[in-house]
Design a binder for this molecule. Structure first.
Ligand code: ADP
Length: 265
């Protein structure tokens, strides 16, 4: 059997000596006594694109959710921009959390747009609450962001008037107007009709070229191997492989390649 034709991307390399912008140390998490994250270590450098792949139930989504405080930790630390951000037993460390949370953007599977607000209002809401920015300048910034994701002409529509792919592009723009240091994507295309997947992946790939730091849980192997600096393969709550796409494609006998092949067929 041959591997699918995955061509590792040619991204400008991120300096290995750059200080991590996001650092996970020995993250543990269990649900009802069942270990879901079993000591995860991961350092993300500025501008790095990291895709997280692995079988269903391996802990990918839980990992993403612990990073931004949607799940509490049972052990370990999440450090953002060199600051301790979340620690086990300190989920209530609300002040540190709040001062940092806008630095982390999150894009969900299910878009999570506010249904009763227009596209433009969806973008303006959070920056309006968090930043002291003149309304007109914020509005122009949001319109420019909508233009960037190809949604400018839909600025005054409501989410229900849009396709899933369009809603997800709006959700990405809404995340970016907060100027996050790191954007977390939790299976951003898994709720989309197949014909809508590529328009969202294209937007993410374009943003990747701009140097935005990203951590992406995805089942889209071709996408992951094309845009990522590193691909992380999770299994049973552990990181089994953390390597450049080209290095992974050479691990011929490794489970990760069987997994990639299964996903692509
Ligand atoms: P993946 O994203 O790799 O598919 P998840 O992180 O969604 O994996 O899930 C890992 C495991 O944790 C699964 O067995 C799932 O059922 C379990 N799990 C996730 N969230 C919860 C929860 N809130 N309560 C109980 N179990 C959960």
């Amino acid at each position: 059997a041959t591997l699918p034709a995955l061509v590792p991307g040619t991204r400008r390399s991120v300096s290995p000596s750059a200080k991590p912008i996001l650092e996970l140390s020995d993250i543990h998490k269990a649900f009802n006594g069942k270990t879901v994250l079993n000591g995860i270590n991961l350092a993300v450098r500025p501008g790095e694109i990291i895709s997280i792949i692995g079988p269903s139930g391996s802990g990918k989504t839980t990992l993403i959710r612990t990073i931004n405080g949607l799940e509490t930790l049972d052990g370990g630390t999440v450090r953002l921009l060199g600051n301790d951000f979340i620690e086990a037993g300190q989920a209530e460390n609300a002040l540190a959390w709040r001062s940092n949370i806008t630095k982390l953007g999150m894009v969900f599977q299910g878009f999570n747009l506010f249904p009763h607000k227009t596209v433009l209002e969806n973008l303006m809401l959070a920056p309006h609450l968090h930043f002291e920015e003149q309304r007109e300048s914020l509005k122009q910034r949001c319109l420019a962001m909508l233009d960037k994701v190809g949604m400018l002409e839909h600025a005054n529509k409501y989410p229900h008037q849009l396709s899933g792919g369009q809603q997800q592009r709006v959700a990405i723009a809404r995340t970016l107007v907060m100027r996050p240091s790191v954007v977390l994507f939790d299976e951003p295309t898994s709720a989309l009709d197949p014909e809508r997947v590529s328009e969202v992946l294209d937007v993410i790939a374009r943003l990747a070229q701009e140097g935005i730091t990203m951590l992406i849980v995805t089942h889209e192997m071709k996408f992951a191997f094309t845009i990522s600096d590193r691909v992380v393969f999770m299994e049973h709550g552990n990181i089994e492989v953390d390597a450049a796409p080209s290095a992974i494609l050479q691990m011929r006998e490794h489970r990760i390649n069987r997994f990639i092949q299964d996903m692509a067929t």
